[in-house]
Design a binder for this molecule. Structure first.
Ligand SMILES: *Cc1c(COP(=O)(O)O)cnc(C)c1O
Length: 371
């Protein structure tokens, strides 16, 4: 029997989540963020599926030129915005060839535009302003000058103005308001299109909607808001997001283990009584987080049981005391439908984004569209 470790990607849920983003920011155009292989979901299939429901005015956003070129290669016709822009004259050639829109965030990129005027030829650009995150973008005082230099270099005259919020995922944090106000000051008087909002800002900061919104994680059905150490069910329900990826595996052994025996590497978990222990065909070699501790929830036949012992490369063990009838071959869900990835992320000390991105190549991806 071949291994049954699967990521089932629900494209109907993806489209539903896009509709949630559209509803939260009604007149705004959408830049659907599909970087990092569409947050681990498979960029080609996700882009093709979203393209069925995006309008002609909407766009995709990716991190690199390579990702944009790949999207063109699989037939994506929509606008594609590269959030990190370009780094070389070779990139400029690709940008022209594939009609790619770029974010200009650094003086080195403006200099490249100036040095290679023959390659610029009206390419479409966003200018990124650093309003306080201090990752990418021009300092506020440089914006006018850079905008003018970009125009002089021959880019398309409809330059968009964008920024990124550092703490939008915390609705009680004051920094978002400050960043939004600073951005509004800088762009006031300029008729250019604007964009500030990631998923958290789409749902939590309507004043940051601008002309374009940039939903990423919410498209995949993950709640973008942080809550220190517990999974925030209320926010998810409020936003009505549906998980897109369900990661599943199977029981490959069910064993009786005696009281006081220990489970797995390092003997970190000891049986409090004679008990049934299940072995599941998934491990960190598939992208299940090695740091998930004993107690992390796992669904066996739709019911919660606890992970016990250390996660190994190909397997985990689970406590089957509440499931005496479980048998080899039964289905196990690690996250997705019935078990939010946010909950596993909190248990493993990370965020849903990272778990989704880290599912590895040996997991079989299956796509379904139930609409
Ligand atoms: C990744 C990214 C987004 C999407 O963020 P989510 O939190 O996933 O919605 C939006 N804008 C920029 C600039 C990004 O890098």
């Amino acid at each position: 029997m071949s291994r049954v470790t699967r990521a089932t990607i629900n494209l109907a849920a993806l489209k539903h989540n896009l509709a949630v983003a559209k509803k939260a920011a009604p007149p705004q155009k959408i830049m659907a963020v599909i970087k990092a292989d569409a947050y681990g979901h498979g960029i080609a299939r996700i882009a093709q599926s979203l393209e069925e429901v995006l309008t002609e005015q909407d766009a995709f956003a990716v991190a690199s030129i390579d990702e944009a070129v790949m999207l063109r290669a699989v037939g994506i016709k929509s606008s594609i915005v590269v959030l990190e822009g370009f780094n070389s004259s070779a990139d400029l050639t690709l940008i022209q060839q594939h009609n790619i829109t770029v974010v200009i965030h650094h003086i080195s990129q403006v200099i490249l535009l100036e040095l290679h005027a023959e390659l610029v030829n009206n390419i479409k650009c966003w200018l990124k302003i650093d309003t306080g995150m201090h990752r990418l973008g021009f300092p506020p005082g440089d914006v006018k000058k850079m905008y003018q230099r970009m125009l002089n270099a021959g880019v398309d005259t409809d330059i968009g103005l964008m920024t990124h919020l550092a703490n939008a995922d915390d609705r009680s944090d004051a920094k978002s308001k400050q960043q939004i106000e600073l951005f509004n000051q800088i762009v006031s008087g300029n008729p250019a299109e604007t964009s500030l909002a990631n998923s958290a800002a789409i749902l939590g900061w309507p004043e940051a909607h601008g002309h374009w919104v940039r939903p990423g994680i919410m498209l995949y059905g993950v709640n973008p808001f942080v809550k220190s150490n517990e999974y925030d069910v209320a926010n998810k329900l409020e936003a009505d997001l549906k998980p897109v990826m369900t990661l599943s595996a199977a029981l490959i052994a069910v064993n009786n283990i005696s009281k006081d025996e220990t489970i797995g590497y390092g003997s970190t978990w000891q049986c409090p009584e004679d008990m049934l222990v299940g072995v599941v065909s998934i491990g960190y070699g598939d992208g299940y987080p090695r740091h998930a501790p004993s107690g992390t929830p796992v669904l066996v036949n739709g019911k919660r049981v606890a992970l016990i012992g250390r996660v190994s490369m190909d397997m985990i063990m689970v406590d089957l005391r509440k499931q005496p009838d479980a048998k080899v071959g039964d289905q196990v869900i690690l996250w997705g439908e019935g078990l939010p990835v946010e909950e596993i992320a909190i248990a493993a000390g990370t965020i849903g984004y990272e778990l989704l991105c880290r599912v590895t190549k040996r997991v079989v991806f299956e796509y379904k569209d139930d609409e």
